[in-house]
Ligand binder design. Sequence first.
Ligand code: SF4
Length: 408
Amino acid sequence: MGEIAIRDFTNALANGEDPRSVRGVCYISKEANEDYIELPSHDECLKDKNKYIDLFDHFYQNNDPINANGLCQQIDSRYLIQNPPCDYLDEKEMDYIADFKYVRELHPYHVPEGKVKCLETVKFSIQTHHGCWGECNFCAIGVHQGRTIRTRSEANILKEAKEFTTYKDFKGIISDVGGPTANMYGYECGKKLKKGTCDDIRCVDFDRLCKVMKVDHSRHLKLLQNIRKVPGIKKAFLASGLRYDFISADKKHGYEYLKELVNHHISGQMKVAPEHTSDRVLKLMGKPGKEPLIEFKKMYDRLNKEAGKQQFLTYYLIAAHPGCEEKDMHELKHFTKHELKMNPEQAQVFTPTPGTYSSVMYYTELDPVTRKKIFVEKDTKRKEKQKDIVIDKSYYQRRKSGGASFQS
Ligand code: SF4
């Protein structure tokens, strides 16, 4: 997130200063910066995939403004210099930026091209925070937004909800109250806030949640309750991703939080992202194991029954992630059928996203932790085949005939 970098960069230009000292800036230089970590050169990386993993490890670990070093890399006869990232916005600054007078409209330049459907999804949605420490290996949010949560204040968020009611086309529905992971709002690890992200361990890794991280849904719970009290708000949905494994990790508020969501903040279905159910693939993805999913589903179903509601769970699934073979997709199909009692209607074929460990796996065909060889499906047809193993094909037939829904 470059708000502070942009401010400092433009100030430096306006004052006639050299902008190369600004944090969050990259530039080309004839020399390396001796105070920065020198990464394996571009040439070395091309020759040795392990060097490329070394490079990515440095890039990934030097991402937190509190403890990041600057980086430099030789490319041919020049160097790419990357300054340490700019500081994170604090709560006051988050509120300040959210307070700008956004028009929530399509840019006039594009109006003649007609309506943009996706604007409807985001026009009246609220972003509660930046950052994500979930570290799913296929996702770049932890790199570009950082792994520390920065929240807006409740008062500022309620002000935005109130402002929605002044728009003529607002129908009382807030499409989303969330962030990269909705239930990371309002709490953080004290150690991380003081000293920066740990290099050697992850806050959450498969089924291990760091003991220092105290998951606490109380602030998000109170926020959702107070949004409902804003005059003119009929519904405020939670459509952002939710870490279902955190619900049971929060012994004090987890159950109450999910009950609140089931009763007030779901539009008939809740989207969760297990992505897979084979432990081997899940570990490569950096996702939790299947036990928390089973536990969550039981709690979700029970709460729906108690509330007299028929709301579903929709599962995001990925086919052909590095390490995933056809036999893993059969295992996933078996699990969805017998444990989740559903036929998936959709699955996504893995797409390598820049700045992620999964892309490093895709390119190197190595597990970046053990450095052992892994299987990577690169053939387009066989990737599709992996997807077809798990999905209910009749969904597509129904979609063609206009009758398919997204529910499972
Ligand atoms: S102490 Fe634990 S929760 Fe805090 S940053 Fe390190 S790994 Fe994350």
